[in-house]
Design a protein around this ligand. Structure first.
Ligand code: SF4
Ligand code: SF4
Length: 98
């Protein structure tokens, strides 16, 4: 059976670059960017998007609730080729509410 497919959206403007999410991710999806946001923090981003299983660990553990987690809708078989395998909006369900 294929692994669950997930995706996250990081509110990069609010991220303080603490890195807690990077260590909480079981599949090493998240890294801190080389660039900084408006507050001067190296923000989190999906460095390895294909590895996200939508477990929601990162969304739960972020102390500033900066991460929204999505998981493929049951029965959704096609992932968006245009977006290099990332989930497209109509195939997503939101796991956590931020
Ligand atoms: S846990 Fe939240 S605040 Fe910390 S780096 Fe990750 S997204 Fe940013
Ligand atoms: S949802 Fe799970 S697998 Fe995906 S980035 Fe967050 S912690 Fe990693």
């Amino acid at each position: 059976m294929a692994k669950a497919k997930g995706a996250i959206v990081v509110d990069t403007a609010r991220c303080k670059g603490c890195g807690v999410c990077t260590t909480a991710c079981p599949t090493k999806v998240i890294e801190l960017a080389a660039e900084v946001n408006g507050k001067g923090y190296h923000y989190a981003y999906m460095a390895n998007p294909d590895s996200c299983i939508g477990c929601s660990n990162c969304g739960i553990i972020c102390p500033d609730t900066c991460i929204t987690v999505y998981r493929a809708k049951a029965g959704a078989t096609a992932l968006c080729k245009t977006h290099k395998g990332n989930l497209v909006t109509h195939e997503r369900i939101k796991i956590n509410e931020r």
